[in-house]
Design a protein around this ligand. Structure first.
Ligand SMILES: C[S@@+](CC[C@H](N)C(=O)[O-])C[C@H]1O[C@@H](n2cnc3c(N)ncnc32)[C@H](O)[C@@H]1O
Length: 250
C-alpha cells in the first residue's frame, strides 16, 4: 500500500491522525454539517491523494474516521491534467467524493471552476453537493477557510519556487493556500526538497503556518524518525527516504 499510496505514510503522524479523528467526529464550527474538506493543491494528474483520503484511509479505519464524509478537492491550473485525473477518478468510482477544480493558486479565491465532467456528475447527483460545490458553481471561487486539510504533495513548494517561477508567484500562491485552509486546520507537505532544495519550513512559517512535526521514513524497513523543525533542507527526502512535514494554520 505504501508503495502505491506513499502519502499513506502520514498515518505515522499522531498530529494528523488525532486531527482527522477529532474533526470527523466533532467540529462545532461546522454547525452540524457532515462535511470534511481536503484540498490537494497543484494536484497534477495523479489520483493518489484523493484515493488515499476517500478510500484507503477509510479501509485502514485506524479507528479514526467518524461520521463526517471526506471530500477531496483536486486543484490545478492545467485543464488537460485535470481531465486526465477525472478519467482515473471515474475508473476508480471515486467521483462521488472528489471534485476537480481548475484554478491558479494565486487567484483561486476569486476565480475557480469545477471541470465540466464534475459539473455533469453533480447535476445527476444533486444530493452529493457540498456547500463548497454550491459556492463553486454559483460564485466560481474558493472562499476563505474552506478546507480542514490542505496537501502540497510531492515537493510543490520547491516546484513553485524553481520550476514554475516564470509564471507562478510562489509567495502569493502559498498565501492563498493559507487563506483557504480553516483556522486550526492542517497543511501536509510531502517529499519536501525531493527535487528542489528550498527551505520549506522557513517559507511556510514566514506566511503564518506553524510547524507541528516532521517525519522521515526509511523505505528500506519503514522506520519512522522525527524530523525536527531545524532539520536542514538537504536532509529531507533523500533517496530511499520519504519525508513529510505537518503545519498548523493559525
Ligand atoms: C509536479 S506537478 C504535480 C505534483 C502533484 N501534487 C503530485 O502529487 O504528483 C506540479 C503541478 O503544479 C501545477 N501548478 C504549477 N503552478 C501552479 C499554480 N500557480 N497554480 C495551480 N497549479 C499550479 C502544474 O500545473 C502541475 O500540474
Amino acid at each position: 500500500m505504501f508503495k502505491i499510496y506513499p502519502i499513506a505514510w502520514i498515518t505515522k503522524s499522531n498530529a494528523v491522525m488525532d486531527f482527522i479523528k477529532e474533526y470527523t467526529t466533532n467540529d462545532p464550527s461546522d454547525k452540524g454539517m457532515q462535511e470534511f474538506m481536503v484540498a490537494d493543491f497543484a494536484a497534477g494528474e495523479h489520483d493518489r491523494v484523493p484515493s488515499f483520503f476517500v478510500r484507503i484511509l477509510q479501509e485502514l479505519q485506524m479507528g479514526c474516521i467518524g461520521k463526517k464524509r471526506i471530500t477531496v478537492y483536486s486543484i490545478d491550473l492545467h485543464a488537460l491534467r485535470l481531465d486526465s485525473l477525472l478519467g482515473k477518478l471515474e475508473e476508480s468510482a471515486l467521483l462521488d467524493r472528489t471534485r476537480v477544480v481548475q484554478a491558479k493558486l494565486e487567484t483561486m479565491d476569486i476565480e475557480a471552476s469545477l471541470r465540466p465532467d464534475t459539473i455533469e456528475y453533480l447535476k445527476k447527483n444533486p444530493m452529493e453537493m457540498t456547500w463548497l460545490d454550491k459556492t463553486l458553481s454559483h460564485e466560481k471561487r474558493i472562499p476563505p477557510e474552506s478546507f480542514q486539510i490542505g496537501v502540497l504533495n510531492n515537493d510543490v513548494v520547491g516546484y513553485l519556487h524553481e520550476y514554475y517561477k516564470e509564471y507562478s508567484d510562489a509567495a502569493v500562491a502559498l498565501t492563498k493556500v493559507y487563506k483557504t485552509i480553516k483556522v486550526g486546520g492542517l497543511l501536509l507537505v510531502t517529499l519536501p526538497c525531493s527535487l528542489y532544495v528550498v527551505d520549506n519550513v522557513q517559507i511556510l512559517e514566514s506566511l503564518g503556518f506553524e510547524f507541528l512535526e516532521g517525519f522521515d521514513i526509511d523505505l528500506a524497513d519503514g522506520t519512522a524518525s522525527i524530523m525536527e523543525r531545524e532539520a536542514s533542507p538537504e536532509s529531507m527526502s533523500r533517496i530511499y527516504h520519504y519525508s513529510f512535514l505537518v503545519f498548523s494554520r493559525n
